[in-house]
Design a protein around this ligand. Structure first.
Ligand SMILES: NC(=O)C1=CN([C@@H]2O[C@H](COP(=O)(O)OP(=O)(O)OC[C@H]3O[C@@H](n4cnc5c(N)ncnc54)[C@H](O)[C@@H]3O)[C@@H](O)[C@H]2O)[C@@H](O)CC1
Ligand SMILES: Nc1ncnc2c1ncn2[C@@H]1O[C@H](COP(=O)(O)OP(=O)(O)O)[C@@H](O)[C@H]1O
Ligand SMILES: [K+]
Length: 505
């Protein structure tokens, strides 16, 4: 697990390290510069002739120090100073003076030379507004140079909190990130500008973020093994929970199959599908391991028995938007007492009656994609994309302190985010574009339900479910390539990822 701070959080960690821990700012800067040079060497970036473009803040200070270290190593390093003399930070002024004392060239006009690498130290996490004027010209010029491109901490122009481009942005092949990769390097479009982001230790301890609720975190592949629920030797199917899948209006047996099969594959003990009668035969063929219960019309007492049976409910995949579906959803929201995943049509029906969430007495896990989120919030997709965290807050705040239900919201995208009130937000970085196909969401809903059934706490089951589903996507892409993965391949991919994580270490 690692943190993905934004600019403000990172500046606070810098200040804490300097003022509370007592490591002098110039010491941190020296370590930053050493790590940048070492990382470039490790990544085989050719530093024979470098141009380091420096601003007047501490990001620029890192840049001047890199110029000095490269020169000490016998390389040719020039500096282009893009900042203003009057705005130099204390540390940057000191580093600039050293570089000038050493006789390193510090240009203020674009040099008419060719370089093997351009190093961007114009702005770091201190960027706070759109880039215009001379700074914009400098960054656009850097992008045009035929050289390898390395960014210090974050590409200049990328908002560290959202990944948005502020005016213009440097396009890096490699970004060397101080202490932690900044959130903006991982959210799109920032991700496309950062290239490979490598975090390096400089003396700022990421544990500083452990008790900050506003910070985001993510998982890496080697975390998976210890995140999965354990399987006991002395166990039986009852040990791993009963999932009720309310899914599949007439003709939508596929969604029922994908979600139910995913729940079984991630380890649930028993899966019962509650679906329209038309789907019975198809589902018995597709998934003989599942119990199938059917409806022709709305039957409150049948539903009540099923809810009593279940340890987890998952409602919505291919449910349809008809009257029977709406009645079932309302009944479930009112009466369910175990964790409940709501996906797809369940969410579309819910968006007509969002106030129903306040009646719930159980943990609710909502898994909207952007369009469904737009229906739930009434916000446009562009507005949600602009600030997905605010959109998530809009939904999770429905579970105020006076309601018994607690809402977890999973906003699905190429960078899925999971949020719950009073929890740090989880940002998923695994997965790939082979998953951008019909049915992937059904697999995710079933995955989360399957983990919940194994007694994982709701927020943990949800974050691990999102991550496992994405790891499944990465495994599937390895075997089938980015075009040809089908949603069902994600299920096999998850099986492979789990097996590798648990049994092949
Ligand atoms: N001692 C420290 O605080 C450390 C800082 N480090 C580096 O310092 C960076 C942060 O340094 P700073 O806080 O000085 O910030 P920056 O170096 O990112 O830049 C801040 C300066 O740019 C100006 N500015 C912001 N947006 C602008 C815009 N759009 N147009 C024109 N000017 C703009 C600000 O007014 C300020 O003067 C980190 O990203 C990291 O690279 C690292 O060396 C680690 C230690
Ligand atoms: N480009 C991508 N990169 C990573 N994950 C993706 C990408 N495209 C889609 N996904 C994932 O695939 C799933 C798609 O879900 P959804 O849109 O609900 O699909 P459907 O409704 O067709 O089942 C989500 O979990 C999403 O995060
Ligand atoms: K930078």
């Amino acid at each position: 697990m690692r943190y993905l701070p934004n600019g403000k959080q990172m500046s606070e960690a810098d200040a804490h390290t300097i003022h509370e821990i007592g490591i002098p700012s110039l010491v941190l800067m020296e370590r930053a510069a050493l790590q940048i040079v070492e990382t470039m060497h490790k990544k085989n970036i050719s530093t024979e002739k470098s141009l380091i473009v420096c601003g007047s803040g501490n990001n620029g200070g890192d840049g001047f120090a890199v110029a000095r270290l490269l020169t000490e190593q016998g390389k040719h390093a020039d500096v282009l100073f893009a900042g203003k003399e009057a705005s130099l930070s204390e540390e940057c002024r000191c580093q600039k003076q050293i570089v000038e004392n050493m006789g390193i060239s510090v240009f203020t006009e674009f040099p008419d030379e060719e370089y093997t690498v351009i190093i961007d130290a114009v702005f770091g996490v201190g960027l706070c507004r759109e880039i215009t004027g001379h700074y914009k010209d400098v960054i656009d010029w850097m992008n045009l140079q035929d050289a390898e491109k390395v960014a210090v901490d974050i590409p200049s122009g990328i908002c560290a909190a959202t990944g948005k481009i502020l005016g213009t942005a440097f396009r890096a092949d490699l970004t060397v990130c101080m202490a932690c990769v900044k959130l903006g390097c991982e959210l799109f479009p920032g991700k496309s500008y950062a290239g490979e982001s490598i975090p390096v230790a400089i003396g700022i301890d990421p544990k500083y973020f452990s008790n900050r609720l506003d910070v985001c975190y993510t998982f890496d592949k080697n975390d998976l093994g210890k995140l999965l629920p354990s399987r006991m030797m002395n166990s039986h199917k009852g040990s791993y929970g009963k999932v009720l899948m309310i899914t599949g209006s007439p003709g939508m047996a596929g969604a029922a199959f994908l979600s139910a099969c995913a729940a079984y594959t991630v380890g649930a003990g028993l899966v019962q599908i509650y679906t329209a009668s038309e789907n019975r035969l198809a589902l018995q063929e597709l998934l003989p391991e599942a119990i199938i219960s059917c409806y022709d019309s709305y039957d409150a007492s049948q539903l009540s028995h099923l809810l009593d049976w279940a340890d987890v409910v998952c409602i919505g995949c291919g449910l349809g938007m008809g009257q029977i579906s709406e009645k079932i959803l309302k009944n479930v929201l009112k009466n369910v007492s175990c964790p409940c995943v709501i996906d797809a049509d369940g969410l579309n029906l819910l968006s007509r009656n969002i106030e129903l969430l306040n009646q719930c007495c159980a943990p609710m896990i909502l898994t909207p994609h952007m369009k469904e989120m737009s229906r739930l919030t009434g916000w446009s997709i562009d507005t949600i994309m602009e600030d997905r965290f605010q959109a998530l807050d809009q939904i999770i705040k429905q579970s105020g302190p006076d309601t018994k239900s607690s809402i977890i919201c999973v906003l699905k995208d190429s960078r899925t985010v999971v949020a719950q009130t009073n929890r740090q937000r989880f940002v998923n970085l695994a997965g790939n574009n082979s998953m951008a196909k019909g049915g992937s969401g059904d697999v995710l809903a079933g995955t989360i339900a399957g983990l919940l059934a194994q007694h994982m706490a709701p927020f943990e089951a949800t974050t691990v479910g999102v991550f496992l589903h994405a790891c499944g996507g990465d495994e599937a892409k390895k075997s089938k390539g980015s075009y040809s993965v089908l949603a069902r391949d994600l299920i096999q991919g998850m099986a492979d990822a789990m097996k590798n994580a648990k049994e092949c270490r």
